[in-house]
Design a binder for this molecule. Structure first.
Ligand SMILES: Cc1ncc(COP(=O)(O)O)c(C=O)c1O
Length: 369
């Protein structure tokens, strides 16, 4: 097998030009000797809240922690159900399970891979305590219908925006629609830390205070703990790096959109299905995901041509062994299951050159299924 010349994602060209700035910020943070939370975290929270248009931002140590602490702050616990999509990274569902609650799934809209609001409505029960919408691959979910559903049913709506920093629906940034927005700064995300990181956004001051309390052991005063808390503090060093990267996010997302448009154009007359963008959405292409019935053969062909690919996600959450106890049969969510069989992520990161995009597209076109 030839070496991969165009990887599916590459962080080196993003980090290299920022290296000196990040090292200088870390030197400053070392002098501050604030490591767990700290002044860089507070500054980053303000800057990220402003970027999103959210009233409050609460930094935590991962996207998974953001989702968990969000559900905990809303009082989700054993016996409750949380409705979400089965076609997501498993952490969306982990957060529900960490609370002792049960994830209940509804199928996706095949064109956008996001939670189908009509299916979600049908799956609600008297036990449903919250809804989690995921802005998968960087495309906002159908937020008007989902907000309307949550409002009609009196349920909190959480946005899993781990893949969608800066994406917009009707001109408004994700993370500002739901009761709480949850972001991941895992290094490969559109905005990535140099390690782990996450954040919750909210417009509600009382919820913001609760999230701040819970992420820091629920310590209301020195060595006083009125409820179960968590060590989910964001690290000062990570916030320092994120502050350097944040001003580049818009440019990086713009470049991702340009790469996606180039792929769309080059692949439009092939039988590989390119991603569709729903109306009134600004997609930030965390991933560029195409579909084909013979996805595995296409992946092998591209690998032989030195092009990296990935499968996001080959097994939907309800079919994972970890959720076997839910006893959800194959065929329960046919749209999610078909997507899991057909999806293939092509190389996508802002530093990809046009020539590299052309090379990937040419290799796709040269494939004879
Ligand atoms: C949709 C989604 N939700 C949640 C997470 C969890 O984020 P983290 O890896 O920062 O815990 C991720 C990413 O890994 C994700 O893609």
């Amino acid at each position: 097998m030839p070496a991969i010349r165009i990887p599916v994602m590459d962080l080196k060209p993003q980090v290299a030009p920022l290296r000196e700035q990040i090292l200088a910020a870390w030197a400053k943070a070392l002098e501050q000797t604030a490591f767990c939370l700290g002044p860089e975290v507070e500054a980053f929270e303000q800057e990220f809240a402003q970027y999103c248009g959210a009233a409050h931002a609460i930094g935590v140590n991962s996207g998974t922690s953001a989702l968990h602490v969000a559900l905990a702050a809303l009082g989700v616990g054993p016996g409750d159900e949380v409705l979400t999509t089965p076609y997501t990274f498993v952490a969306t569902s982990w957060a529900v399970s960490y609370c002792g609650a049960t994830p209940v799934f509804a199928d996706i809209v095949p064109a956008t891979f996001n939670l189908d609001p009509a299916a979600a409505e049908k799956a609600l029960t008297r036990k449903t305590k919250a809804i989690i919408a995921v802005h998968l691959y960087g495309q906002p979910a159908q937020m008007d219908a989902l907000c309307d559903l949550a409002k009609r049913k009196g349920l909190p709506l959480i946005e899993d925006a781990a893949q969608a920093h800066g994406a917009m629906f009707q001109g408004r940034r994700v993370g500002t629609f739901g009761t709480i927005g949850c972001f991941s700064f895992y290094p490969s995300k559109n905005l990535g830390a140099c390690g782990e990181g996450g954040l919750c956004t909210t417009q509600d001051a009382a919820l913001a205070a609760k999230l701040k309390l819970l992420r820091n052991h629920a310590s209301s005063a020195p060595y006083r703990f009125d409820e179960l808390g968590y060590n989910y503090r964001m690290e000062n060093l990570q916030a320092a790096a994120l502050r350097i990267k944040l001003p580049h996010l818009e440019g990086w997302n713009e470049r991702r959109r340009a790469i996606a448009a180039r792929y769309d154009e080059l692949l439009k007359d092939t039988d590989v299905r390119t991603p569709a963008v729903g109306p009134e959405r600004s997609h930030v292409y965390h991933l560029y995901v195409v579909r084909h019935r013979q996805r595995n053969a296409l992946a092998r062909h591209l690998e032989e041509a030195g092009i990296g690919t990935a499968r996001h996600y080959p097994v939907p959450v309800h079919r994972q062994p970890a959720y076997a106890h839910l006893d959800i049969p194959e065929g329960a969510f046919p749209c999610a299951e078909q997507a899991a069989r057909e999806c293939l992520s092509l190389p996508m990161y802002p530093e990809l050159s046009d020539a590299q995009v052309d090379e990937v597209a040419a290799a796709v076109k040269a494939w004879k299924p």
